[in-house]
Design a protein. Sequence first.
Length: 378
Amino acid sequence: MKASVGVIGGGQLARMLIPPAVALGIDLRVFAEVPHSAAGLAVTHVGNYCDPAEVLDFAQAVDVVTFDHEHVPPSVLSRLVDSGVPVRPGPHALRFAHDKIAMREALSDLGVAVPEWRAVSTVDELADFLAGHNGRAMLKTARGGYDGRGVRVVTDPHDAADWFASLENHSGEGALLVEELILFRRELAQLAVRRPSGDIAIWPVVETIQHAGVCVEVIAPAPGVTGVVSGAAADIATELATRLDVVGVLAVELFETDDGRLLVNELAMRPHNCGHWTIDGSTSSQFEQHLRAVLDWPLGASGSRDPWSVMVNIFGGSATGPLVDRYPRALAAHPLVKMHNYGKSPRPGRKVGHVTAVGDDLDEVAYQARAAAAFFQD
């Protein structure tokens, strides 16, 4: 009998689990939110992931449940666990991905370096934080933010009046997360994967290039990274995966400061954009490793196949027509570049694919990836 994995969420992460599932002979089943989702090839159910009964019915037909996103309500996750369904990562770990304030509390309790922060529920509390941080800070919604959404720089407490009003409209429940505005040298990301038995694999630390809070490019490994910094990043990811009991892939987004310190910015407990390069650049991709981990199978090697990998995201724009219409020129001009199409209708700012180039010379690899991606941008 085949091993079976159920994935809640039908986006591109679920889509990229399909090839390794086929290669490993895993029966992959996807619970999608809408018809014609990115992971349509493996969708077996379309419905509401906030409905405990509906999700439980889906989950009882698979060996283990995992996720394409962090938005499944904790009450649904608890219902699955109480019914004996293996959920990986489990609710106890996922709450730190669901809620940024809970994540900051956990990291602070563990002694992991993070930006100075506070939970604020009123304009006055935000004003007090700004007064102690040179009048500028980073404000985030505790839940639901991604790709630059739910994040803003504030210089006046009234800059967040709409968010505080939203809190009041929900009976005053919850708070916003305000953090010191970090002056950093660059952003790094450390990817790890852990299986229930405790084995952990670590990929090389990467540099992520961001625009308006959205990742546009990943360079693996991070250029010029020292052994001290790469070792520290690996230690942070290993400690967090172990102490938070994460099963599957863990992405740790980091700030590298001018004086060489590493501060944790965000956590994701699923395959992550910073690890898409592993499909073409690593012995074992993050997607294969995630499947192995949630099934508690032995993990694969996580080293790089080539000295350098560069992954560039493709975003939707104003142009109409599918990405495949642009394939002939792009693939002819850059035959060594690998194209990944998410099967999504393009719209401004939406990630609809990525390209990856690998090789011995970083400048050439970066040029090939960026030039190929440019064929698909407006």
